[in-house]
Design a protein around this ligand. Structure first.
Ligand SMILES: O=C(O)CCC(=O)C(=O)O
Length: 259
């Protein structure tokens, strides 16, 4: 699969690209089953530190939800799980990422399944993915965000600020200042059916609303960087990060400070 000229232009103009029906229904179902096995504790190969609860969720004893219904995110799945490693290496996803980053040499920086549980799935504020890794050079890389459920206006579709990748990096605590410039008014909400994928430029501002429906809304975000990216600090020294990035395809790099 290669992108059409107009798809590439759309990504350059908007800072994101929606590709519908990237995965088959059978592929999506296998991913859902595996996520359920990991999230419910049936499979225990992903360390509990990477299973994150919704912040501020009511304790179970006080009437809050139990088990998987409490989970906000499953992180670093490709590091532990063969099904999610295969997804990170999916030829259709890599074909797009390669074109957008203009290199075959790719590493996975992180992955995160956003579980958005029914009723309790919280909103994600406006942010650029690059601001979570400000020490990484270049700052431009790609997140592939794969919908595992039908994602709608009601259950927390991504709200993309069109063209915001051209702003450069905006400090996370200043994003709300952009409201006065009408920049956030350039937002579009992007519903996508299960199996579709949104490719996001790492400097694109985006958010998602809370899930107030009775059904879960899962999407798996995989963060790809060129292998010769540099990192100015040791990621392994920071809680919640890891320095053992996964070489997904092509050559690892030995430039100074290469990740
Ligand atoms: O899935 C979501 O609700 C948020 C995803 C997101 O913001 C991200 O992948 O950076």
């Amino acid at each position: 699969m290669s992108l059409t000229h107009s798809q590439k232009m759309a990504y350059e103009r908007d800072g994101f690209l929606l590709v519908e029906e990237l995965l088959t229904e059978a592929e999506v179902e296998a991913l859902r089953v595996r996520a359920h096995e990991i999230g419910s504790g049936k499979l225990k190969h992903v360390p509990p530190e990477w299973l994150r609860e919704e912040p501020g969720i009511q304790a179970e004893e006080e009437g809050g939800p139990s088990g998987m219904e409490r989970l906000r995110k499953l992180e670093f799945l490709a590091w532990y799980d063969d099904v999610y490693l295969s997804l990170a290496k999916h030829p259709k996803i890599l074909a797009v990422v390669e074109e957008l980053l203009e290199t075959r040499d790719l590493k996975l920086l992180a992955d995160e399944m956003f579980m958005k549980p029914p009723v309790h799935g919280s909103a994600k504020e406006y942010h650029q993915d690059a601001t979570s890794w400000p020490w990484l050079i270049p700052q431009a890389w790609v997140t592939a965000w794969v919908a595992l459920d039908d994602v709608t206006l009601e259950n927390g579709a991504l709200q993309m600020v069109v063209g915001s990748h051209k702003l450069g990096m905006v400090p996370a605590d200043c994003v709300d200042k952009l409201e006065t410039d009408d920049i956030l008014a350039q937002e579009v909400t992007v519903p996508v059916n299960a199996g579709g994928c949104i490719f996001l430029h790492s400097l694109s501002l985006h958010a998602s609303a809370a899930n107030e429906t009775q059904d879960r809304r899962r999407a798996h975000a995989m963060r790809y960087i060129p292998s010769n990216s540099k990192c100015l600090i040791d990621l392994g020294a920071i809680e919640g990060y890891r320095s053992d990035l996964l070489l997904i395809q092509g050559e690892a790099s030995n430039v100074p400070y290469a990740v």
